[in-house]
Design a protein around this ligand. Structure first.
Ligand SMILES: [Zn+2]
Length: 99
C-alpha cells in the first residue's frame, strides 16, 4: 500500500517537532503580521481559525528553508488545501507512483 505509506510519511520526523516550538509560533505570527493576515493567493483577509503559514518552497526537513521568513507566506485554509493537493498530485506523478 504505497498510498498509505505516503500519507504517513514524515510521522516522527524531527522537523515535525519544530512546529510545536515557541520559535515557530513567533515566526508564524511575524509572517501573519507582515502579510496583514491576508491570503497571498486570493487576497482574502483570513480569520484566526482559517489561516495557514505555508512554506513557499517545501522545506522537506531543511532547517534553512523551514526557518526562513522569506520562504513563508500567509494562506487561507482553502487555498492552502488546494495548493497542497495539486502539489502532492504533481509530485506523485513525477515519482511515477500512479503508474
Ligand atoms: Zn486564499
Amino acid at each position: 500500500m504505497r498510498r498509505g505509506f505516503l500519507l504517513t510519511w514524515g510521522m516522527g520526523a524531527p522537523w515535525r517537532r519544530w512546529y510545536k516550538t515557541t520559535r515557530w509560533q513567533r515566526l508564524r505570527d511575524e509572517v501573519f503580521l507582515r502579510d496583514l493576515c491576508t491570503c497571498r493567493r486570493c487576497g482574502r483577509v483570513t480569520s484566526d481559525d482559517a489561516r495557514v503559514c505555508d512554506h513557499v518552497e517545501p522545506h522537506r526537513g531543511d532547517e534553512r528553508l523551514f526557518w526562513d521568513a522569506a520562504n513563508l507566506q500567509t494562506l487561507c485554509k482553502d487555498c492552502h488545501d488546494r495548493l497542497k493537493q495539486s502539489e502532492e498530485q504533481a509530485s506523485l506523478h513525477r515519482r511515477g507512483v500512479w503508474h
